[in-house]
Design a protein around this ligand. Structure first.
Ligand code: NOJ
Length: 602
């Protein structure tokens, strides 16, 4: 059983180690990292975006880029990012080579959970802009061959949403049953109502909040300002699906569904079994068998998929699915029926949180073999977890380690999901004083849980005031100190930068047939330190990928004979190891510590 922490369930695991043509604009400013990779500059991205025609849906080969709107680009000088700001930065995003943006919630919200508490599902929060700004952004993005994916929060609303305000007003109003209301279990000797059961909010404290008006408790998986909707009421499903249609009609390419496994709770409200010990908020660790991943949710997913499929253009449904195995994940695709979400997130690979070649190999193989031919979606970073730079880095080799992670993200067969700033090596900048914390869980949980501000700091564009993010005297979260060197402008000019590495990998994945579409076969499968695989497709040269996850030089045995490939040499396409920047004889290949190597088999 897993402790219930659905917002960032892996952050407390012991595995936490230490603390273009636009391809041209990104790649052409200086010579590329290796002579070979420089040829990538010639890739015509515009043509390739449209290369997936016919029956292959666009999202199968996509690179999806998550934007946290408060932190990407401020266009009006209030210190908070906005939609017009994102529109201004579309050239950059196109030059990086992305196919779609997933924007974290930008709807009207009291911003208790920075947008994940929605008070109106069919408008834009004034601090981010207007519906007209939104429409202009979608249209401009389309001109840049970039699609827009909305974040859809169906588990809960804000307590300021008119639905909840009405629901809370009486036990008899038309929306009385839209949320999860229950009578108290009883009253204490001094007259205090006792919650119906032992359920704990993922954000700390009892998951039950007393309503003096109704003299009942309501259930909230997250903050008390985020009451859970009652998905056993068909009117709730209809209202939510209507909002989904509202945005699909407006031209969005799909949705990322927030906390989707938590839609249903046990009807009998059974107590969750205790697991022993306490979590960072000081609450008992509980199982989540009665509040997470209940089977009823899959009927909703199948109906939701029908809504998406009724629209043209391969609209995609992505799920925030922190699950423990590929088998569990497979249920979210609808298994062999392929009739639920197209891309539930695989958190097993990206949130392993330790550089462990053998476990990466097992988990990537699981994603290939245990999901009934569905398409994996890998992700290493998001707005809820310390940045991968810090989760995987050892404090000394973080650049190389970040290149390894990017290599895995873009050269495996998975759809790739990345988070703004990951391409720069932005670090987690956790507040050092409680009075500076913005994320409520960091205030209630201080000092064990310092909240998520650290992974949400403003995008670092250049070394000017506010890192080019804003002109405000004070930005909503501070600009990290390293912005003078870790920023887009500086890294665009540096052929060895992490940004250039990302741009090269993304362009290669688009251009090279084996990387674009090929099968993946693991190589040297018992090697404990080097993860190696080959991507291969008939009629095109195979591509070998090897990453050394250890701090010592390591040899990997590369034999392709079992695949019927008799070639004896490989031509390096991209590497950060100068000694591998040449034609390499296959067989035993030695990689320096933490090196990444991608090569085309001759
Ligand atoms: C998951 C989101 O990613 C997180 O930021 C949010 O706080 C919770 N769901 C609640 O909506």
């Amino acid at each position: 059983m897993v402790p219930r922490r659905s917002f960032r369930p892996f952050s407390a695991m012991p595995g936490r180690l230490f603390s273009a043509l636009l391809a041209g604009s990104l790649l052409a400013a200086a010579p590329a990292l290796t002579a070979q990779s420089a040829r990538l500059v010639a890739v015509d991205q515009h043509l390739m975006v449209n290369a997936d025609s016919g029956s292959t849906p666009w999202w199968k080969h996509a690179v999806i880029y998550e934007i946290y709107p408060r932190s990407f680009q401020d266009s009006n000088g209030d210190g908070i990012g906005d939609l017009n700001g994102i529109t201004q930065r579309l050239d950059y995003l196109q030059s990086l080579g992305i196919d779609a943006i997933w924007i974290s919630p930008c709807y009207p919200s009291p911003q208790v959970d920075f947008g994940y508490d929605i008070s109106d599902y069919e408008k834009i929060d004034p601090q981010y802009g207007t519906l007209a700004d939104f429409d202009r952004w979608v249209a401009e993005a389309k001109k840049h061959n970039i699609r827009i994916i909305m974040d859809m929060v169906m588990n809960h609303t804000s307590d300021k949403h008119p639905w909840f305000v009405q629901s809370a007003a009486s036990r008899t109003n038309p929306k009385a049953d839209w949320y999860v209301w229950r009578d108290p279990k009883g009253y204490t000797a001094d007259g205090k109502p006792i919650p119906p059961n032992n359920w704990i909010s993922g954000f700390g404290g009892s998951a039950w909040q007393w309503s003096p008006e109704r003299k009942q408790f309501y259930y909230h998986e997250f903050y008390r300002q985020q009451p859970d909707l009652n998905w056993r009421n068909p009117e709730v499903e209809k209202a939510m699906f209507d909002t989904v249609r509202f945005w699909l009609d407006r031209g969005v390419a799909g949705f990322r569904f927030d906390a989707i496994p938590t839609l249903f709770e046990d009807e009998a409200l059974r107590d969750e079994p205790a697991l022993g010990g306490t979590n960072a908020q000081g609450d008992p660790n509980l199982s989540d068998i009665y509040t997470n991943n209940l089977p009823e949710v899959h009927d909703v997913m199948r109906r939701l998929r029908k809504v998406a499929d009724s629209y043209p253009g391969d609209r995609v449904l992505i799920g925030e699915t922190y699950l423990n195995s590929a088998a569990d994940l497979n249920k979210w695709y609808g298994g062999a029926h392929h009739d639920e979400l197209q891309l539930p997130m695989d958190m097993q690979v990206g949130f392993l949180n330790r550089l462990d070649a053998a476990t990466f190999r097992t988990r990537i193989t699981d994603a290939e073999t245990k999901i009934d031919g569905n398409q994996p979606l890998f992700v290493f970073d998001n707005h809820d977890n310390r940045r991968s730079w810090d989760r995987y880095g050892d404090g000394i080799h973080n650049q190389q380690i970040a290149r390894i992670l990017a290599t895995l993200l873009f050269t495996t067969r998975s759809t790739a999901l990345m988070y703004y700033g990951e391409e720069l090596g932005m670090v987690t900048s956790t507040p050092t004083r409680k009075q500076d914390v913005k994320d409520p869980i960091g205030i209630t949980g201080w000092p064990r849980e310092k909240g998520r501000d650290g992974e949400r700091t403003p995008m670092q564009w250049d070394n000017s005031k506010d890192a080019g993010f804003s002109t405000a005297d004070k930005t909503w979260l501070p600009i990290p100190d390293n912005y003078t060197t870790v920023n887009v402008k500086t890294e665009q000019a540096d052929p060895a930068s992490l940004l250039r590495w990302h741009g090269q990998l993304i362009a290669m994945r688009r251009q090279n047939p084996a990387l674009h579409d090929g099968e993946i076969t693991m190589l040297d499968e018992n090697n404990p330190d080097v993860l190696a695989y080959v991507r291969h497709t008939p009629g095109s040269p195979a591509v070998v990928v090897a990453v050394n996850c250890s701090g010592e030089a390591r040899t990997v045995h590369l034999s392709l004979a079992s695949l019927g490939i008799s070639a004896s040499t490989a031509k390096t396409l991209l590497t950060d190891a100068p000694e591998l920047d040449k034609a390499i004889s296959l067989g035993d290949v030695t990689l320096p510590a933490y090196a990444s190597w991608v090569a085309s088999v001759q």
